[in-house]
Design a protein around this ligand. Structure first.
Ligand code: BGC
Length: 791
């Protein structure tokens, strides 16, 4: 039996130069090629980071977990570890070897489109949670892929922008989570970012990839480019990029073999890339099971429970005027554009189609038996006509694929698509060679209300939509547009009068070329209810208590686009004002993935940030409102009053292709605290349904390491959890979460090693002398202080 490493070396020795080079690039969007001659199967990657989508297309559903910032709000490393293991099980069910997550860039400006995907604005919190997540994923033999290395902190000009940032800021703020991912969690893959750092693309950055990641930190895994983020052959390969994704290759793969033959890249460099890929194949079990797995929709009750626990532990109760938990109500008004169907996640590559989507109304009825639950949407926040997601009965549409553009002959494959959107990258159905094809998706659409429905269609190739046999949108002579990642047409729109409750036969026909992206997006916007805000206020006035859900959706908060401001879209602020005026017993629930402006915060009966909570969000929220469980989150990011309060925002989004990180190490709360600016809610803040007291900390010091033991007592009448946060000066340097029964006391241990006290000054240095440790329940709620002297 060969040793682990022996197997990789033996395999490497059997590969030709061309075969080695083949393994440095995808053969389609999600796979590395198989080398059947040596029994090597195809290695599969998938997004990530808060569910495992599989090959996507819209034909597979997956358990949707809470988004990154919700996970960040848990401040719970044990839970993050279980989260990782749960995701790995999801990955296995989809035959995935590499999960493209976690997203661990720190949140630099809160309007950045991917704020919801990452954990925190704080480097330490991000690092500790990343380590726990990665260990969880990899404990199950699935690779985590820490992304996006480095400084992928905004979507404005995301493919080209250069982050202009000095080494001290990189080392202290933007690299620590990646460093911890490598050194502490031993991550098996890292994704290079799209952007440039100090002028050089991250995918060909010799300092970032070669010197720091692989050299100094000793990373032995693979660096995979972000999708279409490879820009060269020799410079990328020499800098340390191991894999170009997606395929077919444009820079590495066969072109790398040519570069080796031409003497532009030493063969040893190719050998190193290939060795890393084979090591990844070995680590993820591919060397033992070369056969591709079929993608399953695995609805596992334990993982569902985990998703709910995460949503609860990450929900942040910002304010509670004694309203929560809700008791004694006979009538509850549930209001808001996101109230009936909470948005489970943000937009872009992290999106998964949930296995189930429970309605909040149903969840509340189950949690509050006998209570009348009424609903008003109040206002709309559609960015555009939203993708058709509801009213498809039975769920989804039956799909037939044809290997020609005329729907001729028997279907080559069949499947189901779950929404009005189908997008294939490269191959229209699993196993197809990816040539021209046609398809039809058929089912029933039952609108939930009468009136003029707005429908929209954008597609690659040619497509049309029929309702009850009549063509309602014909896009068979499409104009090129920006839809479907730039491969689709302009969007056609029409309005049709529909009858609520009647099932219409829906047929979508598409014929398209499938080389890169193929598909369609069918949107459906129901007729607006007139006087929405007035109706909502009336419903609020008639109820004993109100649950008002406001927020964003995946069209407003998405990869590819930053938000324009902190303001809630549409008329939501006005809706909140009028509902609060009608009934002060209103719990406002924020269903968004990033800080928002809340000019009405002080008037709420309770204010709870649910984030994008995944598909168990409705059940989680109902449990918390009823007091069956306690919101356990603390803010991992400051909620500033204005964007202008942040120094980082002054240079955002940059000009002439570059954005200067002028804030240096003063990011987020560090910046606000240093300049004495009050946020709406500060970093680390979060309430529960009970209270805690912190006793006198015990300090033990050995050399540069400081151990704190803080006695924490639950002084309230309910069980609950608290996060002990330790700040050195103004910076979070340690934390621990504890759950306690009423009247119970426990010592909470936090260890600060040398890293808590170091500063970058051409190298890491610890200044000897006194340091004040501030121990509290948020960055501004400091309960105890101790001074230590460093040798
Ligand atoms: C995103 C990555 C993602 C990749 C594959 C890119 O656009 O930036 O985070 O993993 O697509 O979907």
């Amino acid at each position: 039996m060969l040793t682990a490493t022996g197997r990789v070396e033996e395999l490497l020795g059997r590969l030709t130069l061309d075969e080695k080079a083949l393994l440095t690039a995808g053969d389609d969007v999600w796979h590395l090629p198989a080398i059947p001659r040596v029994g090597l199967g195809r290695l599969k990657m998938s997004d990530g980071p808060s569910g495992v989508r599989g090959e996507s297309r819209g034909t597979r559903r997956s358990l949707s977990f809470p988004c990154g910032i919700a996970a960040g709000s848990t401040w719970d490393v044990d839970l993050l570890n279980r989260y990782g293991a749960g995701l790995a099980a999801e990955a296995r069910s989809k035959g995935v070897h590499v999960l493209l997550g976690p997203t661990i860039c720190v949140q630099r400006v809160p309007v950045a489109g991917r704020t919801f995907e990452s954990f925190s604005e704080d480097p330490l919190l991000t690092a500790e949670l990343a380590v726990a997540y990665i260990r969880g994923v990899q404990s199950q033999g699935v690779a985590a892929c820490a992304k996006h290395f480095a400084c992928n902190d905004q979507e404005f000009e995301r493919l080209t922008i250069s982050a202009e940032v000095d080494e001290k800021t990189l080392r202290e703020i933007h690299l620590p989570a990646f460093e911890a991912a490598v050194r502490e969690a031993g991550v098996w893959a890292v994704m290079s970012a799209y952007n440039r750092v100090n002028g050089t693309y991250c995918g060909e950055h010799p300092w970032l990839l070669g010197e720091v990641l692989k050299g100094e930190w000793g990373f032995d895994g693979v660096v995979v480019s972000d999708w279409l983020g490879t820009h060269s052959t020799a410079p990328a390969a020499l800098a340390g990029l191991d894999i170009e994704m997606p395929g077919p290759p444009q820079h590495l793969g066969p072109l790398l073999a040519d570069a080796v033959r031409a003497g532009k890249v030493p063969e040893a460099v190719l050998e190193d890339h290939c060795r890393r890929v084979l090591r990844l194949a070995e680590r993820t079990g591919l060397l033992d099971e070369p056969a591709p797995a079929v993608e399953a929709e695995d609805d596992d009750p334990e993982r569902r429970r985990l998703a709910r626990n995460l949503a609860i532990s990450g929900a942040v109760l910002l304010r509670n005027d004694g309203l929560l938990p809700l008791t004694g109500a006979r009538k509850l008004a549930v209001i808001g554009p996101n109230a009936e169907r909470l948005e489970p996640g943000g937009g872009g590559s992290s999106t998964v189609i949930p296995l189930q989507r429970t309605s909040l109304l149903e969840a509340l009825r189950a949690q509050f038996p006998g209570v009348e639950v009424v609903h008003e949407e109040g206002c709309r926040i559609d960015h555009d006509v939203p993708v058709l997601r509801t009213g498809l009965i039975p769920e989804g549409l039956a799909v037939e694929y044809f290997a020609n553009r005329e729907w001729a002959g028997p279907p080559a494959a069949t499947d189901r698509v779950w929404t009005g959107q189908y997008v294939a990258f490269g191959t229209p159905w699993p196993g197809d060679a990816g040539s021209a094809f046609s398809m039809r998706a058929r089912g029933a659409f039952k609108p939930d209300r009468d009136g003029p429905w707005e429908l929209s269609l954008a597609n690659t190739g040619a497509a049309r939509v029929l309702l009850d046999g009549a063509v309602v949108i014909d896009n068979t002579k499409p104009e090129p547009g920006e839809s479907l990642y730039g491969f689709g047409s302009t969007t056609l729109r029409t309005t049709v009068e529909l009858e609520g409750g009647r099932a219409y036969e829906l047929l979508i026909e598409l014929d398209s070329d499938a080389t890169i992206v193929a598909g369609y997006r069918l949107g459906a916007r129901p007729p607006a209810r007139p006087n929405g805000i007035a109706r909502a206020a009336a419903a609020a006035a008639s109820a004993d208590a109100v649950v008002l859900v406001v927020g964003n959706n995946p069209d407003w908060e998405t990869e590819g686009k930053d938000r324009e401001s902190l303001a809630l879209p549409g008329e939501q602020d006005e809706l909140v004002r009028q509902v609060l005026a009608a009934n002060p017993r209103t719990a406002v629930v924020v269903n968004a993935g990033a800080p928002i402006a809340m000019p009405w915060a002080d008037d709420t009966g309770a204010l709870l940030v649910l984030w994008y909570p995944g598909e168990e969000g409705a059940a989680a929220l109902a449990e918390m409102l009823a007091g069956a469980s306690e919101p356990g989150g603390r803010l991992p990011i400051s909620f500033p009053k204005r964007l202008e309060d942040l120094t980082a925002f002054a240079a955002y989004p940059g000009s002439d292709g570059a954005v200067r990180y002028e804030e240096g190490s003063l990011i987020g709360y560090r910046d606000l605290d240093a300049r004495g600016i009050e946020p709406t809610f500060c970093f680390g803040h979060g309430l529960g349904y009970t209270h805690f007291e912190f006793g006198e900390p015990e300090v033990t010091q050995s050399g540069g390491e400081v151990r704190l033991s803080v006695p924490v007592t639950n002084t309230g009448e309910r069980p609950g959890s608290e996060v002990v946060q330790v700040y050195v000066g103004a910076e979070l340097k340690g934390f621990a979460k504890v759950a306690l029964e009423p009247a119970a006391t426990a010592p909470v241990e936090v260890t600060l090693d040398e890293r808590a006290f170091r500063r970058w000054d051409g190298g890491w240095r610890v200044e000897p002398g006194e340091r004040e440790l501030r121990i509290g329940a948020s960055s501004r709620d400091i309960r105890r202080r101790v001074t230590v002297t460093l040798p």
